[in-house]
Design a protein around this ligand. Structure first.
Ligand code: GLN
Ligand code: ZN
Length: 781
């Protein structure tokens, strides 16, 4: 394929919020009433213009529009089709901005997250609750879950795709608008009607999509990108038929408008034949997660179908090895006509940070191995040039790319023989406790002397403005080390005294020193790099800066022992050591792509194991290892679950089993849908697990029948996502519901999650009530 014809370059979508997080500040200022809707729209318009111009200047030819969103693209789609639940009081016409935000945040605008988990705070008082939010496929981006009733009607209620197309056109930039496809939209929706699957609404939904396509065509669009990542999921025959029906209709709606159907996050697998048989002009495939599908898709697709090759990783931060990619695809694409191909990232670059050039503090070696959205865009352009003009046209850049890749293979910054040796020699005995749970539990009962229904909390106490301020001042060098330590000691001491005073049985130090449950460990472990500006959107105006695991991981020094020791020195009651588990650290970081995830996870597990045994050696009788992100690491296809669960459980066990029988291992998970994976949860063999159950009225505890789960359990009895203080009676009622499902000997009493997002005024009475409920119960039994 050497010809001077240009191969198109697409980005599929780019980060929305601006290099300086301009969108965040504009949104929050609008929500707080400090600035007007006009200000918000002006800021966002400028961000879109800058992003389009940048892509054009970098050489992108298929520039997306409508990938931008003020909050979330799934919510945009719900607004576009008029799927506004009745509680928001909307009837017809354009969905106004304030209803849009009420759907996202409730109309009192409180949202809180418990760390990363993407929990929304329940609106309280008069007002309307927000719609639910959940993870977008297996990313850490959260979308607003559409609510569709069985009598749902749809009507075109937002001209956003057309508006943005015209906005770019006015700047002289011809874009390819992006919309979320109808099947994925319906598949992500939930319905309040029992037993009703939203996919049945497809015939009613399609006319709205047809209108959108027609309007785009009338406005001058020649292509549209329709995202259907649902095509990489397990689909039933009904859903596959829905694809055929939908695209049969849509291809006729605006015949001259060409559809590029984008699939990503995995392999088409058993949906491949469906995908290539749809009447489309183009199909995008993810060749990072599923490189093997290039050959099959190329063979089975009609010859006039444009294939958009997702060659650059849209989910991770690594610089590509461009010559290696070219070598890999060359034998397959060599005979293809140039106009059959487009070059793209594996998926929208929404999931990577914006521009590596902002990371001025990052170590030069590590920087040379990274690429963020801007750099990835350049890589796409280089690949396209190499394919259309020959490698010589971009020889220098290809050489630099290969050299960076080569240094990664040998760098001593990355490869640590000590770590690799330890991994290779982990014996099976290092993956299990000395005795089975029954025996351990007897030993622990004897040494810990806890009352029945022991009370505890999940770890963090309120991160008050003073706590945040002190940490920030210390980080900026404005508060000396000594003064910061003094401040933390005072906070911990007050927390311990107060926990003793109200009569909690198992205490925590409060996590005042921690910014974030993953970053805190990432900062202390070798093999991790932290960034200054590498934000990615988690939801709405909330962004996270995941640590980057670039090399073999090891623990330089104890990470938590000192603060635990200080806290324990203040009290006779047991204070739990508090750690984040290996699977959660992995799932909330950017992970190196040169070793399997399981391998990177084992290394983290060994580092945590060292910390656990150091805590024990220092006298800790209990250590909690949080695995908030254990379940969310589940692969998209059920057939891949077992492999993941096997290594994830193994890693938790490596981290947790280095201790004696008398040391009690706790774990915590921020959810309780364990039905399908209860076997794995039991396999982790923690002595005590705390889970989130208060909102589900303990129904989800059904998974924990004692034959499946004999160990101890603390089902949350206090909903920490709401500022409401639960009454003693409510807590007792929840405990009674738990007792219907668990034996008394198994049961702990604790909140749903950590209390860092709450205020002390809420936490104090709530925990006092929780202790009172436990005491009342002890009197009764
Ligand atoms: N120990 C952590 C805390 O209490 C757990 C948080 C979480 O799992 N999200 O904040
Ligand atoms: Zn939690």
């Amino acid at each position: 394929m050497t010809d001077s014809q240009e191969i198109p370059v697409a980005t599929l979508g780019v980060p929305r919020f601006g290099r300086r997080r301009e969108l965040k500040f504009a949104l929050e200022s609008y929500w707080s009433g400090t600035s007007s809707a006009g200000d918000l729209l002006t800021t966002s318009k400028a961000l879109r213009a800058a992003s389009w111009e940048e892509q054009r200047d970098r050489g992108v030819s298929k520039i997306p529009s409508n990938d931008f969103s003020l909050y979330d693209h799934v919510l945009d789609t719900a607004a576009m089709v008029g799927a506004v639940p009745s509680r928001y009081g909307w009837n017809s016409g354009e969905v106004p901005l304030d209803i849009y935000f009420a759907m996202a945040r409730g109309n009192q605008g409180q949202t809180e997250d418990c760390g990363h988990a993407g929990h929304q705070e329940e609106a309280h008082g008069p007002g309307v609750t927000a719609m639910e939010m959940t993870k977008w496929f297996d990313t850490n981006y959260h979308y607003i879950v559409p609510e569709l009733d069985d009598d749902q009607t749809f009507a075109l209620s937002s001209s956003k795709p057309v508006d943005y197309f015209l906005e770019a056109k006015a700047l002289g930039i011809h874009t390819r608008p992006v919309i979320l496809g109808p099947i994925t939209f319906l598949k992500l929706a939930k319905s309040p009607a029992e037993g009703f699957g939203p996919i049945a609404l497809l015939p009613r939904l399609l006319p709205v999509y047809e209108q959108v396509l027609q309007r785009l065509k009338l406005s001058g669009a020649d292509w549209v990108q329709i995202d259907e990542p649902a095509l990489v999921l397990d689909l039933n025959p009904n859903e596959r038929a829905a694809f055929e029906f939908a695209y049969g209709q849509l291809s006729k709606a605006a015949p001259e408008l060409k559809i590029m159907l984008a699939t990503y996050f995995g392999s088409l697998g058993d949906n491949l034949e469906t995908a290539v048989s749809l009447p489309l002009a183009g199909l995008h495939i993810d060749l990072v997660r599923a490189p093997e599908q290039l050959e099959t898709v190329g063979r089975l697709a009609p010859k006039d179908l444009v294939l958009s090759l997702g060659l650059i990783d849209g989910r991770n931060v690594w610089r590509a090895n461009l010559p290696a990619i070219l070598d890999r695809i060359k034998p397959i694409v060599a005979g293809w006509p140039l106009d059959r191909v487009e070059i793209a990232p594996s998926c929208s670059m929404l999931h990577v940070p914006i521009d590596l050039r902002m990371e001025t503090e990052l170590d030069a070696d590590i920087r040379s191995w990274l690429a963020f959205a801007a750099q990835k865009t350049d890589e796409l352009v280089l690949l396209a040039r190499a394919l259309s003009q020959g490698r010589d046209a971009v020889a220098g850049a290809l050489k630099a790319s290969a050299e960076a890749a080569a240094t990664r293979v040998t760098s001593t910054r990355i490869h640590d023989p000590l770590v690799q040796g330890r991994i290779a020699s982990i014996e099976d005995s290092a993956k299990r406790r000395e005795s089975a749970f029954g025996e351990r539990s007897r030993v622990q009962a004897g040494s810990l002397g806890l009352p029945p229904f022991p009370t505890t909390t999940i770890g963090s106490f309120p991160q008050t403005p003073q706590v945040r301020k002190a940490r920030a001042a210390h980080a900026k060098g404005q508060l000396s080390y000594v003064d910061y330590e003094t401040f933390l000691k005072k906070e911990i001491e007050a927390a311990i005294r107060w926990q003793e005073e109200i009569g909690l049985d198992v205490l925590v130090h409060g996590e005042f020193e921690r910014n974030d449950m993953v970053q805190h460990f990432g900062e202390q472990l070798s093999g991790f790099a932290l960034t200054q500006h590498a934000w990615v959107q988690s939801y709405g105006s909330r962004y996270v800066r995941p640590p980057i695991i670039f090399g073999d991981v090891s623990r330089r020094n104890p990470m938590t022992v000192r603060w635990w020791q200080f806290a324990q020195s203040l009290t006779e009651k047991p204070v739990k050591g508090m750690l984040t588990g290996p699977v959660t650290i992995l799932n909330w970081s950017f992970v190196r792509d040169d070793v399997p995830r399981s391998e990177a996870c084992r290394q983290i597990a060994l580092a945590i194991r060292d910390e656990v045994t150091d805590l024990e050696r220092s006298g800790a009788r209990m250590v909690q290892i949080d695995e908030a992100a254990f379940r969310e690491g589940l692969p998209l296809r059920q057939s891949d679950w077992k492999v993941y669960l096997d290594w994830a459980v193994e890693c938790f066990r490596i981290a947790s089993t280095g201790v004696k029988d008398a040391t009690q291992i706790h774990t915590h998970m921020c959810y309780s849908e364990f039905n399908e994976i209860i076997h794995a949860i039991a396999g982790m063999d923690a002595d005590v697990i705390s889970i989130e159950t208060s909102r589900s009225k303990m129904e989800l505890l059904d998974a924990f029948t004692s034959s499946k789960y004999p160990n101890e359990i603390g089902p949350g009895v206090y909903d920490i996502h709401s500022p409401r203080v639960p009454e003693v009676g409510e807590i007792s009622d929840l405990v009674m519901l738990a007792r219907e499902r668990l034996s008394d000997g198994q049961l702990w009493i604790n909140p749903d999650c950590g209390l860092k997002t709450r205020k002390w005024e809420e936490v104090r009475p709530a925990l006092i009530n929780m202790v009172a409920a436990a005491r009342a119960l002890r009197q009764k039994v």
